[in-house]
Ligand binder design. Structure first.
Ligand SMILES: NC(=O)c1ccc[n+]([C@@H]2O[C@H](COP(=O)([O-])OP(=O)(O)OC[C@H]3O[C@@H](n4cnc5c(N)ncnc54)[C@H](OP(=O)(O)O)[C@@H]3O)[C@@H](O)[C@H]2O)c1
Length: 355
Protein backbone atom coordinates (compact mmCIF):
# COMPACT_ATOMS: atom_id res chain seq x y z
CA UNK A 1 0.00 0.00 0.00
CA UNK A 2 1.39 3.36 -1.01
CA UNK A 3 0.48 6.51 0.85
CA UNK A 4 0.34 9.83 -1.04
CA UNK A 5 1.72 12.65 1.08
CA UNK A 6 1.68 16.27 -0.07
CA UNK A 7 4.47 18.61 1.00
CA UNK A 8 4.84 22.39 1.19
CA UNK A 9 8.50 23.39 1.08
CA UNK A 10 9.45 26.78 2.52
CA UNK A 11 13.01 27.79 1.60
CA UNK A 12 14.74 26.68 -1.59
CA UNK A 13 18.32 27.43 -0.61
CA UNK A 14 21.13 24.93 0.00
CA UNK A 15 18.93 22.65 2.11
CA UNK A 16 15.67 23.06 0.18
CA UNK A 17 17.34 22.37 -3.15
CA UNK A 18 19.21 19.35 -1.75
CA UNK A 19 15.87 18.07 -0.43
CA UNK A 20 14.29 18.37 -3.90
CA UNK A 21 17.26 16.46 -5.27
CA UNK A 22 16.71 13.67 -2.71
CA UNK A 23 13.01 13.45 -3.57
CA UNK A 24 14.04 12.61 -7.13
CA UNK A 25 16.94 10.32 -6.25
CA UNK A 26 15.12 8.41 -3.50
CA UNK A 27 11.67 8.13 -5.08
CA UNK A 28 11.88 4.35 -5.50
CA UNK A 29 13.31 3.71 -2.02
CA UNK A 30 10.60 5.85 -0.44
CA UNK A 31 7.90 3.87 -2.23
CA UNK A 32 9.41 0.41 -1.73
CA UNK A 33 10.69 0.74 1.83
CA UNK A 34 8.22 3.14 3.42
CA UNK A 35 5.16 3.03 1.18
CA UNK A 36 5.46 6.76 0.55
CA UNK A 37 4.78 8.82 -2.54
CA UNK A 38 5.83 12.38 -1.71
CA UNK A 39 4.57 15.20 -3.85
CA UNK A 40 5.56 18.87 -3.48
CA UNK A 41 2.41 20.94 -3.97
CA UNK A 42 3.79 24.28 -2.80
CA UNK A 43 7.19 25.92 -2.56
CA UNK A 44 8.45 29.34 -1.50
CA UNK A 45 11.62 31.36 -1.43
CA UNK A 46 12.33 35.05 -0.83
CA UNK A 47 10.74 35.93 -4.21
CA UNK A 48 7.32 34.47 -3.36
CA UNK A 49 5.61 31.14 -3.63
CA UNK A 50 4.12 28.72 -6.09
CA UNK A 51 1.24 26.34 -5.45
CA UNK A 52 -0.30 23.65 -7.57
CA UNK A 53 -2.50 21.01 -5.92
CA UNK A 54 -1.66 18.63 -8.76
CA UNK A 55 2.01 18.70 -7.71
CA UNK A 56 5.13 20.54 -8.86
CA UNK A 57 7.82 18.61 -10.72
CA UNK A 58 10.73 18.56 -8.20
CA UNK A 59 13.41 18.11 -10.88
CA UNK A 60 12.03 21.04 -12.90
CA UNK A 61 11.74 23.22 -9.80
CA UNK A 62 15.33 22.37 -8.88
CA UNK A 63 16.56 23.23 -12.38
CA UNK A 64 14.54 26.47 -12.26
CA UNK A 65 16.17 27.50 -8.94
CA UNK A 66 19.63 26.46 -10.12
CA UNK A 67 19.19 28.76 -13.10
CA UNK A 68 18.83 31.65 -10.66
CA UNK A 69 15.06 32.17 -10.92
CA UNK A 70 12.66 32.51 -8.01
CA UNK A 71 9.85 30.18 -6.92
CA UNK A 72 7.24 32.86 -7.67
CA UNK A 73 8.22 32.68 -11.35
CA UNK A 74 8.06 28.89 -11.64
CA UNK A 75 5.70 27.97 -14.46
CA UNK A 76 2.96 25.55 -13.53
CA UNK A 77 2.44 23.03 -16.30
CA UNK A 78 -0.82 21.10 -16.79
CA UNK A 79 -0.80 18.85 -19.85
CA UNK A 80 -0.03 21.16 -22.76
CA UNK A 81 -1.07 24.29 -20.83
CA UNK A 82 1.62 26.38 -19.18
CA UNK A 83 0.36 28.86 -16.62
CA UNK A 84 3.00 31.59 -16.82
CA UNK A 85 4.37 33.13 -13.66
CA UNK A 86 3.63 30.10 -11.52
CA UNK A 87 0.39 29.21 -9.75
CA UNK A 88 0.03 31.99 -7.21
CA UNK A 89 2.44 34.60 -5.85
CA UNK A 90 2.14 34.31 -2.11
CA UNK A 91 4.18 34.91 0.99
CA UNK A 92 5.20 31.70 2.76
CA UNK A 93 2.63 31.92 5.57
CA UNK A 94 -0.26 32.48 3.15
CA UNK A 95 1.11 29.69 1.01
CA UNK A 96 1.15 27.24 3.95
CA UNK A 97 -2.46 28.17 4.83
CA UNK A 98 -3.68 27.87 1.27
CA UNK A 99 -1.84 24.73 0.19
CA UNK A 100 -3.14 22.59 3.09
CA UNK A 101 -0.33 20.11 2.53
CA UNK A 102 -0.07 17.02 4.70
CA UNK A 103 3.40 18.06 5.83
CA UNK A 104 5.22 21.40 5.81
CA UNK A 105 9.01 21.44 5.53
CA UNK A 106 10.48 24.73 6.76
CA UNK A 107 14.02 25.59 5.60
CA UNK A 108 14.15 29.37 5.55
CA UNK A 109 17.01 31.26 7.26
CA UNK A 110 17.38 31.51 11.03
CA UNK A 111 16.03 34.80 12.34
CA UNK A 112 17.21 35.20 15.92
CA UNK A 113 15.40 38.47 16.47
CA UNK A 114 11.83 37.37 15.65
CA UNK A 115 11.99 33.78 14.43
CA UNK A 116 10.16 34.91 11.26
CA UNK A 117 9.00 33.90 8.74
CA UNK A 118 9.67 30.38 10.03
CA UNK A 119 7.74 30.80 13.26
CA UNK A 120 4.47 31.92 11.63
CA UNK A 121 4.87 29.20 8.98
CA UNK A 122 5.24 26.68 11.81
CA UNK A 123 2.14 28.01 13.58
CA UNK A 124 0.15 27.99 10.33
CA UNK A 125 1.27 24.43 9.57
CA UNK A 126 0.44 22.86 12.93
CA UNK A 127 -2.65 25.03 13.48
CA UNK A 128 -3.91 24.10 10.01
CA UNK A 129 -3.57 20.36 10.59
CA UNK A 130 -0.25 19.61 8.88
CA UNK A 131 2.74 17.77 10.26
CA UNK A 132 5.81 19.98 10.51
CA UNK A 133 9.47 19.26 9.80
CA UNK A 134 11.93 22.01 10.63
CA UNK A 135 15.46 22.53 9.33
CA UNK A 136 15.28 26.10 10.63
CA UNK A 137 16.20 26.42 14.32
CA UNK A 138 14.60 29.86 14.70
CA UNK A 139 11.03 28.76 15.46
CA UNK A 140 12.23 26.28 18.12
CA UNK A 141 14.56 28.72 19.82
CA UNK A 142 11.75 31.29 20.03
CA UNK A 143 8.79 29.09 20.85
CA UNK A 144 9.70 25.48 21.62
CA UNK A 145 6.96 24.89 24.21
CA UNK A 146 4.31 26.69 22.15
CA UNK A 147 5.03 24.57 19.05
CA UNK A 148 5.07 21.30 21.02
CA UNK A 149 1.74 22.24 22.61
CA UNK A 150 0.25 23.25 19.25
CA UNK A 151 1.35 19.94 17.70
CA UNK A 152 -0.19 18.00 20.59
CA UNK A 153 -3.42 20.03 20.59
CA UNK A 154 -3.88 19.39 16.87
CA UNK A 155 -2.70 15.78 16.97
CA UNK A 156 0.08 16.57 14.46
CA UNK A 157 3.73 15.52 14.32
CA UNK A 158 6.60 17.92 14.92
CA UNK A 159 10.13 16.82 13.98
CA UNK A 160 13.36 18.75 13.87
CA UNK A 161 16.24 16.29 13.86
CA UNK A 162 17.98 18.30 11.10
CA UNK A 163 18.23 21.39 13.30
CA UNK A 164 20.92 19.92 15.55
CA UNK A 165 23.99 18.94 13.51
CA UNK A 166 22.14 17.91 10.35
CA UNK A 167 22.41 14.17 9.81
CA UNK A 168 24.17 13.41 13.12
CA UNK A 169 21.41 11.78 15.13
CA UNK A 170 21.44 13.98 18.23
CA UNK A 171 17.78 14.67 19.01
CA UNK A 172 16.67 11.16 18.07
CA UNK A 173 19.41 9.49 20.11
CA UNK A 174 18.83 11.80 23.05
CA UNK A 175 15.05 11.43 23.14
CA UNK A 176 14.66 7.82 22.09
CA UNK A 177 17.85 5.80 22.45
CA UNK A 178 19.05 7.16 25.80
CA UNK A 179 15.75 5.96 27.26
CA UNK A 180 15.53 6.21 31.05
CA UNK A 181 19.05 7.59 31.26
CA UNK A 182 20.09 10.24 33.68
CA UNK A 183 22.16 12.51 31.44
CA UNK A 184 24.82 14.11 33.62
CA UNK A 185 26.59 16.15 31.01
CA UNK A 186 26.48 16.90 27.30
CA UNK A 187 29.46 18.36 25.45
CA UNK A 188 29.62 18.95 21.76
CA UNK A 189 31.00 20.63 18.71
CA UNK A 190 27.87 21.64 16.85
CA UNK A 191 29.07 24.04 14.17
CA UNK A 192 31.14 22.76 11.29
CA UNK A 193 31.81 26.23 9.85
CA UNK A 194 33.64 27.44 12.96
CA UNK A 195 35.29 24.03 13.42
CA UNK A 196 36.63 24.09 9.86
CA UNK A 197 37.83 27.69 10.32
CA UNK A 198 39.74 26.72 13.48
CA UNK A 199 41.26 23.73 11.66
CA UNK A 200 42.32 25.94 8.74
CA UNK A 201 43.85 28.50 11.11
CA UNK A 202 45.78 25.68 12.82
CA UNK A 203 47.23 24.85 9.37
CA UNK A 204 48.26 28.49 8.97
CA UNK A 205 45.46 29.48 6.58
CA UNK A 206 43.55 32.73 6.95
CA UNK A 207 40.21 33.06 8.69
CA UNK A 208 38.68 34.69 5.60
CA UNK A 209 39.64 31.95 3.13
CA UNK A 210 38.37 29.27 5.54
CA UNK A 211 35.02 31.07 5.91
CA UNK A 212 34.76 31.37 2.12
CA UNK A 213 35.30 27.60 1.77
CA UNK A 214 32.45 26.92 4.25
CA UNK A 215 30.16 29.30 2.34
CA UNK A 216 31.04 27.67 -0.98
CA UNK A 217 30.29 24.24 0.50
CA UNK A 218 26.81 25.47 1.50
CA UNK A 219 27.22 24.79 5.21
CA UNK A 220 27.63 28.35 6.53
CA UNK A 221 24.55 30.17 7.81
CA UNK A 222 23.12 32.89 5.54
CA UNK A 223 24.50 35.25 8.21
CA UNK A 224 27.89 33.68 9.04
CA UNK A 225 28.25 35.75 12.22
CA UNK A 226 25.80 33.21 13.70
CA UNK A 227 28.44 30.52 13.10
CA UNK A 228 31.59 32.28 14.27
CA UNK A 229 30.08 34.19 17.20
CA UNK A 230 28.69 31.01 18.74
CA UNK A 231 24.96 31.70 18.26
CA UNK A 232 24.34 28.75 15.94
CA UNK A 233 25.96 26.47 18.54
CA UNK A 234 23.89 28.11 21.30
CA UNK A 235 20.69 27.59 19.26
CA UNK A 236 21.42 23.88 19.04
CA UNK A 237 22.17 23.67 22.76
CA UNK A 238 18.83 25.37 23.52
CA UNK A 239 17.03 22.80 21.35
CA UNK A 240 18.82 19.93 23.14
CA UNK A 241 17.95 21.44 26.54
CA UNK A 242 14.26 21.72 25.66
CA UNK A 243 13.83 18.48 23.77
CA UNK A 244 16.27 16.01 25.34
CA UNK A 245 17.12 17.38 28.78
CA UNK A 246 13.52 18.54 29.23
CA UNK A 247 14.63 21.82 30.74
CA UNK A 248 12.79 24.82 29.26
CA UNK A 249 15.47 27.18 27.97
CA UNK A 250 15.98 30.16 25.70
CA UNK A 251 19.14 31.78 24.36
CA UNK A 252 19.23 34.00 27.47
CA UNK A 253 19.94 30.85 29.52
CA UNK A 254 23.17 30.12 27.62
CA UNK A 255 25.98 31.92 29.40
CA UNK A 256 28.42 32.73 28.13
CA UNK A 257 27.99 32.61 24.36
CA UNK A 258 31.48 33.24 23.13
CA UNK A 259 32.66 32.75 19.55
CA UNK A 260 36.00 32.11 17.93
CA UNK A 261 36.81 35.76 17.12
CA UNK A 262 39.37 35.99 19.93
CA UNK A 263 41.46 33.07 18.67
CA UNK A 264 44.55 34.67 17.16
CA UNK A 265 47.42 32.97 15.27
CA UNK A 266 49.61 33.65 18.35
CA UNK A 267 47.15 31.88 20.70
CA UNK A 268 46.91 29.03 18.18
CA UNK A 269 50.71 28.62 18.13
CA UNK A 270 50.90 28.69 21.94
CA UNK A 271 48.19 26.02 22.15
CA UNK A 272 49.98 23.83 19.64
CA UNK A 273 53.17 24.14 21.72
CA UNK A 274 51.19 22.73 24.68
CA UNK A 275 49.80 19.96 22.39
CA UNK A 276 46.31 21.34 22.82
CA UNK A 277 43.60 21.98 20.22
CA UNK A 278 41.08 24.78 20.45
CA UNK A 279 37.42 23.92 19.80
CA UNK A 280 34.15 25.80 20.09
CA UNK A 281 32.44 23.67 22.74
CA UNK A 282 28.82 23.64 23.87
CA UNK A 283 28.24 22.26 27.36
CA UNK A 284 25.16 21.36 29.37
CA UNK A 285 26.24 20.35 32.86
CA UNK A 286 23.95 19.58 35.76
CA UNK A 287 24.57 21.57 38.93
CA UNK A 288 23.96 20.13 42.42
CA UNK A 289 20.43 21.59 42.33
CA UNK A 290 19.62 19.43 39.27
CA UNK A 291 19.52 22.26 36.71
CA UNK A 292 21.67 22.20 33.61
CA UNK A 293 24.08 25.09 33.16
CA UNK A 294 24.40 25.91 29.47
CA UNK A 295 27.47 27.52 27.90
CA UNK A 296 29.26 27.99 24.58
CA UNK A 297 32.91 28.99 24.48
CA UNK A 298 36.24 28.08 22.94
CA UNK A 299 38.13 25.47 24.99
CA UNK A 300 41.71 24.23 24.76
CA UNK A 301 41.53 20.45 24.75
CA UNK A 302 44.23 17.79 25.23
CA UNK A 303 44.74 15.42 22.29
CA UNK A 304 43.02 12.49 24.02
CA UNK A 305 39.73 14.35 24.47
CA UNK A 306 37.16 12.90 22.01
CA UNK A 307 36.16 16.40 20.94
CA UNK A 308 39.79 17.24 20.06
CA UNK A 309 39.47 14.51 17.43
CA UNK A 310 36.36 16.11 15.88
CA UNK A 311 38.22 17.57 12.94
CA UNK A 312 37.60 20.08 10.19
CA UNK A 313 34.08 19.72 8.79
CA UNK A 314 33.10 17.25 11.49
CA UNK A 315 30.66 17.78 14.35
CA UNK A 316 30.41 15.62 17.45
CA UNK A 317 28.73 15.03 20.77
CA UNK A 318 29.57 13.31 24.06
CA UNK A 319 26.71 12.11 26.26
CA UNK A 320 27.69 11.29 29.85
CA UNK A 321 24.93 9.01 31.15
CA UNK A 322 24.33 6.96 34.29
CA UNK A 323 23.25 3.67 32.70
CA UNK A 324 24.38 3.79 29.06
CA UNK A 325 27.97 4.79 29.56
CA UNK A 326 29.88 7.60 27.94
CA UNK A 327 28.60 7.80 24.36
CA UNK A 328 30.66 9.63 21.78
CA UNK A 329 29.37 10.22 18.26
CA UNK A 330 30.60 12.28 15.36
CA UNK A 331 29.80 12.92 11.74
CA UNK A 332 31.75 14.18 8.74
CA UNK A 333 29.25 16.29 6.81
CA UNK A 334 30.33 18.17 3.71
CA UNK A 335 27.63 20.21 2.08
CA UNK A 336 23.89 20.37 2.69
CA UNK A 337 22.88 16.89 1.45
CA UNK A 338 23.17 15.24 4.91
CA UNK A 339 20.95 17.96 6.42
CA UNK A 340 18.41 17.48 3.63
CA UNK A 341 18.63 13.74 4.32
CA UNK A 342 17.82 14.44 7.97
CA UNK A 343 14.77 16.42 6.83
CA UNK A 344 13.75 13.41 4.71
CA UNK A 345 14.33 11.16 7.75
CA UNK A 346 11.84 13.28 9.70
CA UNK A 347 9.28 13.20 6.88
CA UNK A 348 9.60 9.40 6.82
CA UNK A 349 9.25 9.22 10.61
CA UNK A 350 6.11 11.36 10.61
CA UNK A 351 4.44 10.15 7.42
CA UNK A 352 5.89 6.78 6.47
CA UNK A 353 5.37 3.26 7.61
CA UNK A 354 8.66 1.40 8.24
CA UNK A 355 8.60 -1.93 6.37
N1 LIG B 1 23.11 24.50 5.23
C1 LIG B 1 23.20 23.61 6.18
O1 LIG B 1 24.11 22.76 6.16
C2 LIG B 1 22.20 23.57 7.31
C3 LIG B 1 22.32 22.59 8.31
C4 LIG B 1 21.35 22.51 9.32
C5 LIG B 1 20.31 23.43 9.37
N2 LIG B 1 20.25 24.41 8.40
C6 LIG B 1 19.15 25.37 8.48
O2 LIG B 1 18.30 25.21 7.34
C7 LIG B 1 17.79 26.48 6.95
C8 LIG B 1 18.13 26.69 5.49
O3 LIG B 1 19.54 26.69 5.33
P1 LIG B 1 20.17 26.95 3.91
O4 LIG B 1 21.63 26.66 4.05
O5 LIG B 1 19.37 26.24 2.89
O6 LIG B 1 19.94 28.52 3.77
P2 LIG B 1 19.99 29.39 2.43
O7 LIG B 1 20.84 28.72 1.42
O8 LIG B 1 20.30 30.78 2.86
O9 LIG B 1 18.48 29.32 1.88
C9 LIG B 1 17.42 29.96 2.52
C10 LIG B 1 16.19 29.85 1.62
O10 LIG B 1 15.14 30.55 2.26
C11 LIG B 1 14.58 31.49 1.34
N3 LIG B 1 14.04 32.64 2.05
C12 LIG B 1 14.67 33.71 2.57
N4 LIG B 1 13.79 34.54 3.13
C13 LIG B 1 12.56 33.99 2.93
C14 LIG B 1 11.24 34.38 3.24
N5 LIG B 1 10.99 35.52 3.88
N6 LIG B 1 10.23 33.57 2.89
C15 LIG B 1 10.46 32.41 2.23
N7 LIG B 1 11.70 31.98 1.90
C16 LIG B 1 12.73 32.76 2.26
C17 LIG B 1 15.72 31.89 0.44
O11 LIG B 1 15.21 32.45 -0.76
P3 LIG B 1 16.10 32.75 -2.06
O12 LIG B 1 16.39 31.41 -2.69
O13 LIG B 1 15.19 33.59 -2.88
O14 LIG B 1 17.32 33.46 -1.55
C18 LIG B 1 16.38 30.52 0.23
O15 LIG B 1 15.68 29.80 -0.74
C19 LIG B 1 18.41 27.53 7.86
O16 LIG B 1 17.49 27.85 8.87
C20 LIG B 1 19.62 26.82 8.43
O17 LIG B 1 19.94 27.24 9.75
C21 LIG B 1 21.16 24.49 7.37
Amino acid sequence: MTRDVTLALIGLGNVGRAFLDLLVRKEAVLAQRYGLRLSVVAAADSSGGVWDPVGLDPAALLAHKRSGRGAGAFPVVRGATVLPGGGVRLDPVELVRMAQADCVVEASPVNLRTGQPGLDCARAALGGGADLVLANKGPLVHAFAELEALAAANGRGLAYSATVCGALPVVNVGRRDLAACDIRRVRGIFNSTSNSILAAMARGESYDSALRAAQEAGIAEADPSLDVEGWDTANKLVIIANSVLRQPATLADVQPVEGIGGITPALMAAGQARSETVKLVATAERDPGGRYRLSVRPEWLPGDDFLAGVRGWEMGIVWDTDIMGLQQHKVDERGPIPTAAAVLRDVITLCGKAQ
